[in-house]
Design a protein around this ligand. Sequence first.
Ligand SMILES: *Cc1c(COP(=O)(O)O)cnc(C)c1O
Length: 398
Amino acid sequence: MTGELDRGGPGLRGCPVLINAAGTLTRLSGGPLAPGVLEAMVEADAVSIDMFEMQAHASRAIADATGAEAGLVTTGAAAGLLLGAAACLAGLDVGRMNRLPETDGPDEIVVARGHRNGYDHALRAAGARFVDVGFAEPLAGAGVRDTESWDYEAAITARTAALLYVARDRAEPPLPEVVEVARAHDVPVIVDAAAELPPQENLQRFVQDGADIVVFSGGKVLGGPAGTGLMAGRADLIASAALQMLDVDLRWDDWRPPPGFIDKARLRGLPRQGIGRACKVGKHEIAGLLAALGHFLAEGDDARHARWLETCRRIADGLAPQGRFIAELEGAERTTCVPRLVLHCDDAARAGALRQQMASHRPPVQTAFDPDRPHCVVINPVCIREVEIPVIVAAVSG
Ligand SMILES: *Cc1c(COP(=O)(O)O)cnc(C)c1O
């Protein structure tokens, strides 16, 4: 293997390639497609479909998988955040949809300071303005309390359009407490759960906790195309999101949306091409994501974890004891996580040198950097193909 693709057609021949031992990072092209995904995309290519019908079909599959009322396939979790914000800003008011990102109604999204991150851009692009609340004082080393639910409550006014919650392990405050505050004021909660799989139960967990909209990445552990995501939530919000993304260039009288998906009687007309049109999703991606979702549900946490663990073990078995690091299998017992092979070095400089050595290999091997453990080289198995295992071993051995 070299660092360039020396086979294949005109699309990729000569393009630099690498081995991704870092996990499903977008900048490294995401992960391998789950079995059956490519076939589903080819199948979609052989037919023409009304895109409202296709998204209504996807909505039923996503509703079944998540327990939500409805769902939508998007071009990623970030696109789901943009569409979710657009849905909360406009509802089913087509005049408001047409004016976004200019707003004339409630347009504030209340968020804990400790939840803010670069993906916020997606919600602001729809026209939302952020209102930051609370502090992550334990993180700052300045106190014992993170943001509390009353912090949100104190910031909710008539201008509030939604609350944003970024889910992760031990996120504070707990989502049910935030939902309770939101419900009391009739404000929807958008949950960014882009990278919260596994465990598989998280597909349903945030919906059960009362989220009005939840977004997941399709190109992370779900095993869908890198440019996909899914959105699950309240039927009226999903309908609004769909109307603001799908091609709506047709005459009102000719438009027959699937009744369970969009209720034409609730609209005063068809909006123009919406703010979400810039992140339109194609039929190949929708078919691919649905196949990935089906495979994800069928495989289950245990089998998935065993597959990843086997990859870690085979790499660990190939590494001769070298004294440069101590290799440790992490998460081997907990089947609801992604296990990892962690190479503990003496210090951050040595770990940096090892990562550099692997990145200089031909083909380059990219590893994960964990800011909490700069003295470690972390090998994440999710994107590693079987044929790449000996190459990774060689790259570590130098
Ligand atoms: C990956 C990620 C996103 C973006 O997801 P895409 O599917 O790549 O658009 C958003 N939020 C968080 C927390 C993420 O980890």
